[in-house]
Design a protein around this ligand. Structure first.
Ligand SMILES: [Cu+2]
Length: 438
């Protein structure tokens, strides 16, 4: 962050806002520029930008530019050395956005037990990093953010406390309450969906319309596929092309009925069409990352293996669980020694009973095939079922309970690099570590 007299390209103010999720649900939360989601920032790839952030939110803040390869002191995580923005002060983030794609920005603070703060609140917005040449062909772009609100802690089966939510929204509005998305017959619409939920994975379908997935976490996939629904873990993004060839009024929303009933949906209206919005209930949940991989499996290359075992630590009835990586919680987790320019294979061994959306800052990683179930303790030997599938580049991967997944990345952006679970309650309670290389 530099003190520069030139006017910034963008100004963002963090401040409390009161708004209606639905006719009978009004909330107060911190937001960017008075709106949820915050303003869509369209940035040019490799063209330096200056964003001025004023913090009127009442507590120290930091803005994380999720999915970008930035230096540690600007990336937006205090653990990496980005300075916090004190209340009632202004900071400047000057950086060169890359790589191109659908990214986002959000707060990177801790909530601990307060389910109105950090990612539980309204501080999230879209970033579109636009390449010099844009080969994608579409008539309209839509940006949609999924979010869950008014969390409270409830005891799960084992007695540990987990958040549940009273309301769920798309772009801050419950189904039927906000303005519909307006489309025309014959359009090709590119939909960018972000899951900005603090803790929940969501399943999204668009009634009457298959979705052609072309990018995951903003990065083009080797094999685009037409799918009936999307699964998005917290912080994941999906870009999908849709042909508007089924005129009517439709619902795009959560596949699971109770989540849609809590508000997660939006009406899509063709021009000159009216009537009640229609929903078509899919029978089962379907998703896999692997369907988007390169058609031919590749042999494993040279990479240094970094085994990471994730476990929970029960802290008693009525408490949230703590989380460990290789037996220790942040900040005690030992930083894996790494060297610039080397390729690393992270073995993500989820020995816990929960799914975890794992996020690596400042880098993208490549998925190495489907997660495989863990055998009985001590018996794990990982052999990918059908070779290494290549070419899916992401910055978040959902690792299901009791499975093991592997990702590879090149240590090409020196500096402190945070690796953590993107579920706010897990990150708050120790599920973080730093990689560091000079
Ligand atoms: Cu987690």
């Amino acid at each position: 962050m530099t003190a520069d007299a030139a006017p910034p390209d963008y100004k963002i103010e963090i401040a409390p806002v009161t708004f209606d999720l639905s006719p009978h649900r009004r909330i107060r939360t911190n937001a960017y520029n008075g709106q949820v989601p915050g303003p869509l920032l369209r940035l040019q790839e490799n063209r330096e930008v200056t964003i001025e952030v004023t913090n009127r939110g009442g507590a120290p803040e930091v803005v994380h530019w999720h999915g970008l390869a930035l230096p540690s002191d600007i990336d937006g995580a205090m653990e990496e050395g980005t300075p916090p923005i004190a209340p009632n002060t202004t900071a400047r983030y000057s950086f060169t956005p890359r790589p191109a794609g659908f990214r986002w920005y959000h707060t990177h603070t801790m909530a601990m037990g307060d389910l109105t703060r950090a990612q539980y609140g309204g501080q999230h917005g879209f970033l579109s990093i636009e390449p010099r040449q844009n080969p994608a062909r579409y008539d309209q772009e839509l940006f949609l953010a999924l979010h869950d609100w008014e969390g409270r802690l409830l005891a799960s089966d084992d007695g540990a406390m987990n958040p549940t939510y009273k309301a769920s929204t798309i772009n801050g509005k419950a189904l039927g309450f906000g303005e519909p998305l307006r489309v025309r017959q014959g359009q090709r619409v590119l939909i960018h969906i972000l899951n900005s939920s603090p803790t929940e994975t969501h399943w999204i379908a668009f009634a009457g319309h298959p979705l052609r997935v072309i990018a995951l976490d903003g990065n083009p996939v080797p094999t685009p596929q037409v799918v009936p629904m999307l699964r998005l873990a917290p912080a994941e993004r999906v870009c999908a092309l849709v042909e508007m060839n089924n005129p009517g009024v439709w619902v795009l929303g959560e596949v699971r009925k109770h989540v849609q009933a809590a508000g997660m949906g939006i009406v899509v209206e063709y021009a000159e069409r009216g009537g009640a919005p229609r929903w078509q209930q899919p029978q089962e949940l379907q998703w896999s990352y692997q369907q988007f991989a390169a058609p031919r499996a590749a042999e494993p290359g040279q990479a240094t293996v970094v085994p990471l075992v994730f476990e929970s630590k029960f802290r008693g009835h009525g408490a949230m669980e703590a989380w460990t990586i290789n037996g220790k919680s942040y900040p005690e987790v030992a930083s894996a020694p790494m060297r610039k320019g080397e390729r690393y294979r992270l073995q993500l061994i989820n020995a816990s009973q929960d799914d975890h959306p794992l996020h690596l800052h400042r880098h993208s990683f490549e998925l190495l095939g489907p997660g495989v179930p863990l055998g009985p303790a001590g018996s794990d030997s990982w052999t990918p079922p059908e070779g290494f599938s290549r070419g899916i580049m992401k910055d978040v991967v959902l690792v299901s309970a009791r499975t093991r997944a592997e990702v590879e990345f090149v240590a090409d952006n020196p500096g402190a690099t945070l690796f953590h679970c993107h579920q706010q309650n897990h990150m708050d309670l120790g599920f973080m570590m730093l990689f560091n290389y000079g």
